[in-house]
Design a binder for this molecule. Structure first.
Ligand code: FEO
Ligand code: CA
Ligand code: CA
Length: 633
């Protein structure tokens, strides 16, 4: 048992069947934080006590970096497990089998692996009951199979596909704790073989037709589901990210066209290796299957029989998340990042207005509209706080050179090959755009640019919102649209923070902007979330070696920022080998749900159960204050 934990029974944990019960208490944390840390601790305590007076929004003291296999929180906070990989969704199981011998059919009835983005949907009129839709991005073969290696059979591949996609679960508040409701009729898995309808301009296009689906209208599965969006009409958007990694070719000499190459097609599947055992993923036989993934998928969580829909009007790329906003004249805006080195930031604006009184009237809203891509100017080159202007450029067939002369036959092809179209119009190549969020208080938009070790090479100029060569730390970009209208074509941008390591380096380029110090430093900002009061929560997916450029940063973590003052404090540190990703809040803002993905991805973790020789399990954690107050306040 870790220094930072104590056992404490709850109804929740009895219900979810954890063999050991965990809470992280204020007292234990306080003692542990003082015990750990050494020199880092003394600096942190000083910094926190000084900075605590600076922000009216942030009501907790920043905690030190840590490298332990547990969650670390500020004094006065506690955490419990809401749900973990493999937990049965239905009344009769099947139970999680730590041996790895469980079947694909079992996994299809269990919570998926590597939870990522998530949204909470309260039941109308009942803030103590909600559905949560939670992405399951990928799986860890090391823990999934008894053999711990690449898939060796069709059954192995089927099981991996069953781990991915989306889990919809019911949660209820009992007393002061939110609990997963096993057996709820709303509980549902959408996975790598679930039938999904294709809608929007690319539906039925020749590039989407396969021998199994000659009409190009029904795709099997959504997978590599990274982050998410929540629409004002009560549906969930799940975003397909590294889909190309699932494909390979049985022909090692296969050559690929420009579009296939741009989306990363290779004969040797990276890491995932489904194609030797599932011909659907063999590009030698099914090249168009690749075009049927890389979309945003819309799900109605309140209708467990509904068919999810791939919304092709939003474009095909390696989608990170989908941030919803509204134009002054009432149309839906979806901001989206394409997470690959040198790829772009997009927005979609619907043709029609959102109907705020009849949710079902918005059923096809995301099928009609215009896709845009962002172009940023060089800015003022202020090393600490660069800022400048930018514009959105329409990606419509027949405009800005996107036509037959550039290889585009029609609008469907523009959407299927959105990366190529965006290059035609001169979009700005970014440092791996990850999450985008819209401030609930002033409408400014924030986007994590997680890192880009290739910046300065490969035709990616240094400057503007991507100011650093070989950028290993990342930055957070912010923009404000003209007239504060998300429908405007122009915007002003600045960098909210440039991450770095001031304990190791001097100078902004490597030490970071002036709101980074040795007590709050982090690398590779990824997940983002605003609470209702406008606190900006920052989740990291970075280098957790705690050495070299990253010395003193510890495990991946969650921080909280005051957007007005720029102050950033460390709120939580995750367990060994994890990424912190996925964030949501209870309606009363007194519980923060956060995802711990792939703890122990390279070994060294048994989080969260800490059983002897136990497996680590990706989990959704529920964090609250012991005094029942609002998280972060
Ligand atoms: Fe799934 Fe770009 O993170
Ligand atoms: Ca991410
Ligand atoms: Ca990432």
């Amino acid at each position: 048992m870790s220094l930072l934990e104590e056992n404490q029974a709850t109804d929740l944990e009895t219900m979810v069947g954890l063999s050991r019960r965990r809470f992280i208490s204020a007292g234990a944390l306080c003692g542990a934080a003082m015990f750990l840390g050494g020199n880092l601790l003394s600096r942190s305590v000083l910094a926190a006590s000084v900075s605590a007076a600076n922000s009216n929004l942030l009501g907790f003291a920043s905690i030190p970096a840590a490298t332990h296999d547990t969650l670390t929180l500020p004094p006065g906070y506690r955490a419990s497990v809401l749900i973990s990989w493999g937990q049965p969704l239905h009344a009769q199981g099947p139970a999680f089998d730590p041996s790895g011998n469980g079947s694909a059919e079992h996994q299809e009835l269990q919570f998926g692996d590597n939870n990522d983005g998530m949204s909470l949907f309260p039941f109308p009129g009942d803030d103590n009951r909600a559905l949560m839709a939670i992405n399951n991005e990928y799986t860890n073969y090391r823990y999934l199979y008894p053999h711990g290696g690449m898939p060796q059979s069709a059954a192995d591949v089927h099981k991996a596909q069953a781990c991915e996609g989306v889990s919809v679960i019911e949660v209820q508040r009992k007393g002061d704790q939110w609990q997963f409701v096993q057996g709820s009729p709303y509980n549902r898995r959408i996975h790598g073989n679930t039938p999904i309808r294709v809608a929007g301009p690319a539906a039925s296009h020749a590039l989407l037709k396969t021998s199994a689906d000659p009409k190009g209208q029904t795709v099997l599965g959504t997978f590599q589901n990274c982050a998410n969006g929540k629409t004002p009409w009560g549906t969930y958007l799940t975003c397909e990210e590294n889909f190309t990694d699932c494909f390979g070719s049985s022909d090692p000499q296969q050559t690929f066209d420009a579009a296939q190459k741009r989306y990363g097609a290779v004969a040797t599947s990276k890491e995932i290796n489904w194609h030797p055992h599932d011909p659907r993923f063999d590009l030698a036989h099914n090249p168009n299957e690749l075009n049927r993934h890389g979309w945003v998928v819309e799900i109605d969580p309140f209708d467990p029989t509904s068919t999810p829909v791939k919304r092709t009007a939003l474009g095909r790329f390696k989608h990170e998340n989908a941030a919803l906003a509204e134009t002054h004249d009432g149309r839906a805006v979806v901001y989206m990042g394409d997470d690959e080195r040198g790829e772009f930031i997009y927005k979609f604006i619907s043709r029609d207005r959102i109907n705020h009184t009849d949710a079902k009237a918005n059923r096809d809203l995301l099928d009609h509209g215009t896709l845009y891509v962002a172009r940023f100017d060089a800015g003022d080159n202020n090393p600490d706080h660069p800022k400048g202007q930018g514009q959105w450029i329409e990606l419509t067939h027949g405009q800005h050179g996107i036509d037959a002369s550039a290889g585009f036959a029609d609008q469907a092809q523009v959407l299927i090959q959105a990366r190529l179209a965006a290059s035609v119009v001169g979009a700005t190549r970014m440092d791996r755009p990850e999450w985008i969020v819209v401030s609930p208080t002033d409408g400014q938009v924030y986007c994590t640019l997680t890192n880009n070790a290739k910046r300065g090479e490969d035709g990616q100029p240094v400057g503007g919102p991507n100011p650093r060569e070989k950028n290993v730390y990342g930055q957070i970009l912010r923009w404000r649209t003209e007239g504060d209208d998300h429908g405007a074509d122009t915007f002003g941008w600045d960098l909210f923070v440039v991450a770095g390591n001031p304990a190791v380096h001097a100078g902004t380029a490597k030490a970071g902007s002036s709101n980074i110090n040795p007590q709050n430093m982090f690398n590779s900002p990824d997940g983002l979330g605003f609470d209702d009061a406008g606190r900006l929560w920052i989740l990291s997916d970075g280098d957790y070696s705690n050495a070299g450029d990253f010395a003193g940063m510890g495990n991946n973590q969650m921080l909280c920022a005051d957007p007005a003052t720029g102050e950033i404090r460390r709120f939580m540190v995750g367990p060994v080998g994890c990424e912190v990703t996925g964030i949501s809040f209870s309606p009363d803002q007194k519980t923060l749900f956060v995802g711990i993905q792939h703890p122990g991805e390279n070994g060294g973790s048994t989080f969260p159960e800490h059983l002897p020789n136990g497996k680590p399990r990706s989990s959704v954690m529920a964090i609250s204050r012991i005094d029942g107050g609002i998280v972060g306040a």
